[in-house]
Design a protein around this ligand. Structure first.
Ligand code: PEP
Ligand code: MN
Length: 378
């Protein structure tokens, strides 16, 4: 059972103590408390773990600090939606708010190569009002002989340049728990000029020890990519690993599935799953059109395939887009063929806005449809 307390419940208050003591004394029950920091308010959620069938919702809802109690019906205890009106996860990190309604673009380099290219990327992002980016330092590559990323060596200049150009959040993949420590100590040494969202790549979706390490720390939010060869439910369980360790500041990212049937795209684009993830869980959902489509090819209407796929994810309600750009795609050390060019960014942003507006209109149509069918029934 999920017990949601009133926003900003004071944990030293008598009401809270009375509520907690009542819950603790329920027979054979373990309690797990989660805090969700939203803009301007802090939510406390208590999970009752054990056999809750004998516990009545009314009894729990009558406790003084309780806003709402919900029976948890399936396996995603922390991240699951459980009931239609369970609130979305909602957190703010370094001044940027993430939930199932907000939208953020993380355009940037698949792999950091030189300070010059990082600076050019950040500069162009700032010129276009962007405060988030992606920068790969630790690259998991198919071949051990391929460029593995500059790793720790590039962190200082990436974070300094991010600070210089007003970037608030850098999505950066980590492939080993030691990378969290490396990132943290460089950020600390520099006085935290920017923030980092720890990305777990598709190859590591079921690296449970990495998931647990990222779930144990509370400093950085996580971006979990769907595994490219496992079911959606298995990937959502991987996200639950993070949350079960205590960190529920998680964004789930669709990035395409590995199958020959997606060809000539690099992967089979899976963005129709955006609303499915939002329905099954409370996580904001990201799409990665670059790694799904994998090519800068353009269709006869003049629209690049990556723009098409991006719009398809956004009209379905995506909350974040992770997309590869590069000042000189021909010289990129990783994934150059799928990187968009700097001069394409303003058009990409315009296209994204069209898709966002279309999504808002579609949600409005659905609201009208629901209220019409509600009044027809009554
Ligand atoms: C990436 O985003 O750079 C990446 C390697 O993605 P994925 O894990 O989805 O292949
Ligand atoms: Mn890549």
């Amino acid at each position: 059972m999920l017990v949601i307390l009133h926003p900003d419940t004071d944990e030293s208050s008598e009401d809270f103590k009375q509520t907690l003591s009542h819950l603790k004394h329920l027979p054979n029950m373990r309690l797990r408390t989660h805090h969700v920091q939203g803009r301007g308010q802090r939510l406390t959620e208590i999970y009752l773990l054990g056999n809750t069938t004998a516990v009545s919702l009314e009894e729990v809802e009558a406790l003084p600090s309780v806003e709402k109690a919900i029976r948890i019906s399936h396996e995603f205890r922390v991240l699951g939606r459980h009931a239609e009106d369970t609130p979305s996860l909602d957190f703010e990190y370094n001044g940027v708010r993430f939930n199932q309604s907000e939208f953020h673009l993380f355009a940037g380099l698949c792999a950091v190569d030189s300070p010059k290219n990082v600076e050019r990327m950040m500069q162009v992002l700032q010129e276009h009002g962007q405060v988030c980016t992606r920068m790969g330092a630790y690259k998991p590559r198919t071949s051990p002989y391929a460029f593995q990323g500059h790793g720790q060596d590039c962190l200082s200049y990436v974070f300094e340049l991010a600070g210089k150009y007003g970037i608030k959040v850098v999505a950066m993949e980590v492939t080993h728990d030691s990378h969290i420590e490396e990132i943290d100590s460089v950020l600390e040494k520099l006085g935290r000029p920017t923030g980092v969202m720890l990305q777990i790549g598709t190859r590591n979706t079921q690296n449970f020890e990495l998931l647990k390490a990222i779930g144990r720390q509370r400093t950085y939010p996580a971006l979990l990519k769907r595994g490219f060869g496992i079911s959606l439910i298995e990937s959502l369980n991987a996200a639950e690993y993070l949350a079960s360790e205590g960190n529920s500041n998680i964004i789930f990212c669709l990035r395409g599935m590995k199958t020959g049937f997606g060809a000539p795209h690099r992967n089979m684009v899976d963005f129709p799953h955006v609303p499915v993830v939002k329905r099954l869980t409370r996580m904001p959902v990201c799409i990665d059109p670059s790694h799904s489509v994998g090519t800068r090819e353009t269709s006869p209407d003049g629209i690049p395939d990556i723009f098409h796929a991006t719009a398809q994810g956004i009209v379905s309600g995506a909350n974040m887009v992770l997309v590869d750009f590069h000042p000189k795609p021909d010289e990129a050390l990783v994934d150059g063929p799928q990187a968009l060019r700097m001069e394409e960014l303003p058009y990409f942003l315009e296209d994204v806005q069209v898709a966002r507006d279309a999504y808002a209109q579609r949600a409005d149509i659905a609201r009208r449809m629901q209220s019409a069918s509600g009044s027809a029934e009554s």
